[in-house]
Design a protein around this ligand. Structure first.
Ligand code: C2E
Ligand code: MG
Ligand code: MG
Ligand code: MG
Length: 297
């Protein structure tokens, strides 16, 4: 066990010796195990996508959804992306996994459209490794063509650090993606480093206000100020703005009052399996929603 722990220390680039407690050994071991299992998870069909609705704050209707990956591990059960996405990034496994996510999301939404459930847009999260991959644009074009999904119904969620690392290069790729017709959003906006002068150069469509600001919006004056500023910044730049992590009616009414366009959060629904998403669509979108009464059930 000590050997394994030492190996991890070297791998992570720290050339110093460290003292490992049994708890740290267990952590290192779990990491190694997850890494090994991650390599075979795709072929074993252990990944699935959950979908979280995005609600238009004026109509109260579901206008789209975010696809979020889940890993149904044979022994560990449902493993959250927080536990394996960064590992998938480090190992490069994010490339095949990410391709699977995009294809599956496009297929799913196309199937829903064909079933007459509406023309909603699906967003998928893109990681750095995927973004810098040479054939990103052509591979997305291929998926759209093969699944028959119109590019207008696909959105890619990027982070600030992803687009800010090599700005000129990023702008080039974003332009190519826009030329394809897909929508682009900046996820977790406000938590990273963005240069406002670059922001206006990026051909993006949406800012997603990070849930850390939304959480205390009605309690903390600074978070409220930041949120209102992001809404106004987005609108000045002619972008749409969506708040993530909306959990309470108070947060919702604050956001609506300040002109936020859309919201996503447990208040309306957590990410759910496809079957449940269809039920949500039938419950919420089929009835004419006149009041904006949101509740999870
Ligand atoms: P994200 O893209 O910012 O996704 C939003 C996260 O917030 C999701 O966590 C979602 O379940 C959670 N969430 C939604 N509503 C609420 C709420 O009201 N309150 C709180 N506290 N949380 C809420 P999840 O699904 O665990 O995903 C975590 C992160 O993992 C995502 O953050 C994203 O960065 C990454 N991720 C998920 N799926 C993928 C994927 O397919 N590819 C890549 N590259 N990253 C992914
Ligand atoms: Mg996201
Ligand atoms: Mg986010
Ligand atoms: Mg994120």
């Amino acid at each position: 066990h000590a050997d394994i722990a030492m190996y991890r220390a070297k791998q992570s680039g720290r050339d110093n010796y460290q003292f490992y407690t049994p708890a740290m050994n267990a952590q290192a071991l779990e990491r190694l195990r997850i890494e090994g299992d991650l390599r075979i998870a795709l072929e074993r069909n252990e990944f699935l996508l959950h979908y979280q609705p995005k609600i238009n704050l004026r109509s109260g209707r579901i206008v789209g959804m975010e696809a979020l990956i889940r890993w149904n591990h044979p022994e560990l059960g449902m493993v959250s992306p927080a536990r394996f996405i960064s590992l998938a990034e480090e190992t490069g496994l994010i490339l095949p996994i990410g391709s699977w996510v995009i294809r599956t999301a496009c297929e799913q939404v196309r199937a829903w459209q064909e079933a007459g459930l509406g023309n909603m847009r699906v967003s998928v999260n893109l990681s750095v490794r995927q973004f810098v991959q040479k054939d990103l644009v052509s591979s997305i074009a291929k998926v759209l063509q093969e699944t028959g999904l119109d590019a207008d119904f696909l959105e890619l969620e990027l982070t600030e650090s992803l687009v800010m690392t090599d700005v000129e290069h990023a702008i080039g790729i974003l332009r190519e993606l826009k030329d394809l017709g897909v929508h682009l959003s900046i996820d977790d906006f406000g938590t990273g480093y963005s240069s406002l002068s670059y922001l206006k150069k990026f051909p993006i469509d949406v800012l997603k206000i990070d849930k850390s600001f939304v959480r205390d919006i009605t309690l903390d004056a600074d978070d409220a100020a930041i949120t209102v500023s992001i809404i106004s910044l987005a609108h000045s730049l002619k972008l749409h703005v969506i708040a993530e992590g909306v959990e309470t009616e108070e947060q919702l009414s604050y956001l609506r009052q300040h002109g936020c366009d859309e919201m996503q959060g447990y208040l309306f629904s957590p990410p759910v399996p496809p079957e449940r998403f269809v039920e949500l669509l039938q419950e919420k979108n089929d009835t004419q929603v006149t009041t904006l009464e949101f509740s999870a059930r």
